[in-house]
Design a protein around this ligand. Structure first.
Ligand SMILES: Nc1ncnc2c1ncn2[C@@H]1O[C@H](COP(=O)(O)OP(=O)(O)OP(=O)(O)O)[C@@H](O)[C@H]1O
Length: 604
């Protein structure tokens, strides 16, 4: 067994006094660290779900940009490892003015090893929902003490997995008893494989997020060779990996029973249909909220599948893996207020809310208000203005009743759907690809609702609906075959109706095309879901306590330090996977069923 270059280099860097080179992302070359001041707007789509829980603050934005050539790309070819589940991607080829990497300079291409962007984003320095998180505090304390973070601040305990652009390690912040998932990407490898833009996109998106069902980026730092993202560690693993470990890659009846007892093993197909429906609804609800938040932030996820749904320590979910996501412009709009007052002067107008990540230029002409309101002002402003007006008047019972009615009447409806997003990229996973991606027609946020339909189908049936004998057949099925449910499906009518609505091949007729998650939430399948309190719901499965894992991790940590690490899977010879990589368009490229490698290609 040979020591992989990435581990060897990691060891070297960890034992050195390296504390993390500052990444210069500043447009004017002013040094900015990973703790750069940030636009710290955030959206909590959970607690005030009817509004997609808009909250935020108004700290100054920092326009960050960078030259990747500053990152000392040494061009060293290192096999970072292959993804363990197949998916495809082409180089990003966004062809719409509505799609932006914010103010990324023109001509940005991953093939340019040097590029500049001026995307204004939340560097992760301010996460309002992390104020009571001891891991957050621990990281902040180290930053405060040492100025910058580096590999030497962490102990890498074990490798959790590897993806196309990096390996993920369980890492302990030294002397803190705080654990993280650290994604380590070899910059030379990224550069030589033209993955710099993907890595940058993922980092920027992670930095934006502040939501219970999405990963927290605690910090990121650069060393001479590596780019490291320090994220929340999910103890429950991912659903795909758990199933892969079962004999025959599916749960047996016994395993299904075990699944009920052992929360980390989750089988939807083998549980009783009621149990599966309950679990599916829980996980689907949380995924839906995460997608809603992402869309509101101008992110089209594009890679929903069980493999990317991690189970957190508390049993709630966390979507991961944003390197195939698309960033775009979005103008969430209030289309219906709860105020039905006929007096125009008292009527709450339609607001346009800019997502925190987008520069003022994001404001589309559709915004009828002179200024877009910050999310945090949204609910209070509406309620306060009402209260103020009624103050001087003598309170009458009828008026009070009316006010109470207003305050408890259905919350305003907000469209947070980036309907104008358009991309020509060919990205995703075969069985989850939307027809418009396969046909190369250009796609937008509706692809996430298609994948949500496939995801729901898989949760409830244990398989995806269009899987063919090979990848090519799968693609043909997606485009040409009607949706069918197993005859013996014990799945409810409501579930099937929802799936049918989501798996409409024509995106414009697909459920949620116009109004996004709001449409889906109203479907009978989700009847009874308390969206506002879903975060407080007791999950159907809770992973076993992390302490039990720890002894195992420490053992492995010793191995990482003292023994040759496991060989990195080579991109060319990846392990067999269940969901294969699409290598080509449906008609003209050979089937790739023999491998799961990630092959980049342009659809056109
Ligand atoms: N926050 C996390 N907590 C626990 N395990 C994680 C976490 N993030 C990733 N992992 C594990 O590491 C593996 C690799 O993750 P990673 O995101 O790098 O690769 P991927 O999901 O295969 O995507 P990509 O190829 O785009 O990088 C995942 O499959 C998962 O098992």
């Amino acid at each position: 067994m040979t020591t992989s270059p990435i581990i060897g280099a990691l060891r070297k860097e960890m034992t050195s006094a390296e504390t993390g080179r500052k990444l210069s992302w500043d447009h004017n070359s002013a040094p900015t660290s990973d703790t750069a001041s940030s636009n710290n707007s955030s959206i909590d789509a959970n607690t005030k779900s009817s509004l997609s829980s808009v909250t935020g603050s108004n700290s100054a934005k920092t326009s960050l940009s960078g030259k990747m050539s500053d990152l000392n790309m040494d061009g060293t070819k290192v096999s970072v490892g292959a993804k363990s589940s197949g998916r495809l991607e082409s180089c990003e080829s966004v062809k719409s003015s509505s799609v932006s990497r914010a103010s990324t300079s023109s001509g940005v291409s991953d093939s340019n090893e040097s590029f500049t962007s001026s995307i204004s984003f939340n560097s992760g320095n301010n996460k309002p929902h992390k104020s009571n998180d001891k891991r957050w505090e621990a990281i902040q304390a180290v930053k405060h003490r040492d100025g910058a973070m580096g590999l030497s601040h962490f102990k890498l305990l074990k490798r959790l997995g590897c993806g196309d652009i990096g390996s993920v390690y369980l890492a302990e912040l030294r002397a803190s008893n705080c654990y993280f998932a650290m994604k380590v990407m070899d910059k030379g490898s990224l550069a030589s494989r033209k993955k710099l833009l993907r890595a940058q996109t993922e980092r920027e998106i992670l930095a934006l997020l502040d939501h219970p069902f999405l990963p927290t980026l605690y910090t990121h730092f650069e060393t001479e060779k590596f780019s490291c993202l320090v994220m929340e560690f999910c103890t429950g693993g991912d659903l795909h990996a758990l199933r892969q470990r079962q004999p025959g890659k599916h749960f047996t009846e016994a395993a299904a029973r075990y699944a009920i007892l052992k929360p980390r093993i989750i089988s939807f197909s083998c549980l009783s249909s009621r149990s599966a429906a309950v679990k599916s609804r829980f996980y689907a609800s949380e995924v839906l909220m995460a997608l809603e938040y992402l869309h509101m932030m101008g992110v089209v996820y594009r890679d929903l599948k069980p493999e990317n749904v991690l189970v957190r320590e508390d049993g709630h979910i966390m979507l991961s893996d944003f390197d195939l996501s698309l960033r775009c412009v979005v103008s969430p709009t209030l289309v219906r207020s709860s105020w039905s007052d006929t007096d125009p002067s008292r009527r709450i107008p339609a607001y346009c809310i800019t997502p925190s990540c987008v520069e003022p230029s994001c404001v589309t002409p559709a915004c009828i208000q002179p200024a877009c309101v910050q999310p945090s002002c949204f609910v209070p402003r509406m309620i306060l203005s009402r209260t103020k007006k009624s103050k001087p008047e003598k309170p009458k019972m009828s008026r009070m009743k009316s006010d109470v009615h207003h305050q408890v009447s259905p919350l305003p409806e907000l469209i947070a759907e980036p309907t104008a997003a358009r991309s020509m990229s060919f990205v995703g996973t075969h069985e989850y690809l939307a027809p418009e991606i396969i046909k190369g027609e250009g796609h937008g946020s509706a692809v996430d609702w298609w994948t949500f339909g496939i995801f729901l189908y898989e949760l409830l049936h244990g398989k995806t609906p269009f899987k063919g004998t090979g990848n090519r057949a799968t693609l043909f099925n997606v485009v040409g075959q009607p949706l069918k449910f197993p005859e013996t499906s014990g799945v409810s009518f409501a579930a099937r109706d929802l799936i049918r609505g989501l798996l409409v091949k024509e995106p414009m007729h697909r459920l949620a095309f116009k109004r996004g998650a709001a449409e889906i939430k109203q479907h009978p399948f989700f009847e009874g879901v308390n969206w506002a309190l879903i975060r407080c719901t007791t999950p159907p499965d809770i992973p076993k306590p992390f302490e039990l894992e720890l002894s195992h991790s420490r053992k492995e940590a010793k191995e990482v330090k003292e023994a040759p690490p496991p060989p990195q899977p080579k991109v060319e010879t990846p392990p067999p996977v269940e969901k294969k990589v699409v290598e080509t368009a449906a008609s003209d490229v050979p089937n790739s069923s023999s491998g799961g490698s990630y092959l980049d290609f342009d659809f056109f």
